[in-house]
Ligand binder design. Structure first.
Ligand SMILES: [Zn+2]
Ligand SMILES: [Zn+2]
Length: 132
């Protein structure tokens, strides 16, 4: 037979009398249970939000990198090749523009949707874009 170890309240760390343990699980009473639950929820929410933010952030970085990666190539108007920050996507006149590619992550959120938006665009340099 397994020897029953002494249990302690998860909140106030007081040893639990065996009868209490039966009634309230790991707490001496409902007050201890509620107090611990409150702390638990707070920590959980904090951790959960943090993770969510991290996930969102890494997705954003991933999409930005994808967009930047597609900015390599000559401008369709002047044929010049420039650094990524000098290049931009311009929607072809016959395409339905949902949003600027640079804002696509915020508006569309997904890689597939961003790629679809990019496919409606020509890669141009910022100089030509100003002229057009
Ligand atoms: Zn307690
Ligand atoms: Zn150009």
């Amino acid at each position: 037979m397994k020897k029953e170890a002494t249990h302690y309240c998860k909140f106030c760390k007081e040893p639990l009398p065996p009868s209490t343990k039966e009634k309230r699980g790991s707490y001496c009473d409902l007050n201890c249970y509620r107090a611990q639950q409150k702390i638990y929820m707070r920590t959980y929410r904090k951790k959960h939000l943090g993770l969510l933010r991290e996930k969102q952030k890494s997705r954003y970085v991933e999409c930005q990198e994808m967009i930047e990666g597609m900015k390599k190539g000559p401008c369709v108007l002047c044929g010049g090749s420039f650094a990524g920050e000098a290049m931009t996507f311009m929607h072809r006149p016959d395409e339905t523009k949902v949003c600027e590619v640079e804002r696509a992550f915020a508006v569309l959120g997904g890689k597939t949707q961003i790629l679809a938006e990019i496919s409606k665009c020509d890669l141009v340099c910022r100089n030509c874009r100003k002229i057009v």
